[in-house]
Ligand binder design. Structure first.
Ligand code: 3PY
Ligand code: MG
Length: 253
């Protein structure tokens, strides 16, 4: 595979993913040279739209990172556009049932595996002319999000859907759904048991579990649990945390 995410998974390692909330090619360029394996533009909660996603992808193109998108919803219009714009990985929020996961796969894959419409206007420029459509179904990573009680209850059926590469846990929505509040790095036993089950069921099917983390500490814990893709906060969060630290240290000196 030419997709770095798939290469890392084949080697048995974990992908370290960045998350972009700021609609700026320059912010994307700064992040893309920090050593991440993949960089995800967040069009759900990030201050990102389609054009800023394209701009971020352009800015990261000269760095060895897989461009990915978190789409705002499981909807064929934006999924097709995100892929046409150059996303080689899709993270899709709030996938609660096997049927919703099947729809996601269908929107993201060309026939005969799915119903994606032809027109990789920018994505086609990543490979030799005429080759994109031949390899896209295999190369593109599809990760439905497990982030509700319902999706946990349907987890095994969701993981049995042909064409997904794994799942991505949204800890804040998951916490909400279990009455715990929107926290990122959960340590509550009832949430950890869900994480253990996600890892176990993914391993059984040769799928790859991913999770959103607050930073290095949560990410390291997740990797030790068996997660194969970890996101380190987002660029706005990293910037804010480091800026606050600097301000506070200055005042203390
Ligand atoms: C969640 O925590 O719910 C997410 O979607 C991560 O961004
Ligand atoms: Mg969420």
């Amino acid at each position: 595979s030419s997709n770095k995410v798939k290469q890392i998974w084949s080697a048995g390692d974990a992908v370290v993913n960045a998350w972009l909330s700021i609609p700026s090619g320059f912010a994307a360029e700064v992040i893309a040279q920090c050593g991440f394996d993949s960089v995800t533009v967040d069009m759900q909660h990030g201050v990102q739209d389609y054009m800023s996603m394209v701009e971020c992808f352009q800015a990261m193109r000269s760095h060895p990172v897989t461009p990915m998108a978190r789409v705002p919803w499981n909807e064929p219009g934006i999924i097709g556009k995100a892929l046409d714009g150059g996303a080689y990985g899709l993270i899709c929020p709030m996938v609660n049932t096997a049927q919703e996961a099947k729809s996601l796969v269908s929107y993201a894959k060309y026939p005969p595996d799915g119903t994606r419409s032809n027109g990789p206007i920018r994505a086609g420029m990543y490979s030799a002319p005429g080759t994109y459509q031949k390899t896209a179904n295999e190369e593109i990573v599809i990760l439905p999000m497990v982030e509700t009680k319902t999706s946990v209850e349907n987890m095994e059926a969701i993981l049995d859907v042909h064409g997904i590469d794994g799942v991505y846990i949204g800890p804040t929505d998951l916490g909400f759904s279990y009455g715990l509040g929107p926290k990122v790095d959960h340590t509550e036993p009832k949430i950890l048991r869900i994480y253990e089950k996600v890892v176990k069921e993914c391993n059984k099917r040769k799928l790859y579990p991913g999770i959103h983390c607050g930073g290095a500490e949560g990410a390291a814990r997740a990797i030790n649990m068996g997660f194969k893709l970890v996101t380190l906060s987002d660029e706005a969060g990293l910037m804010s945390a480091y800026a606050k630290l600097q301000v506070n240290q200055t005042r203390e000196m």
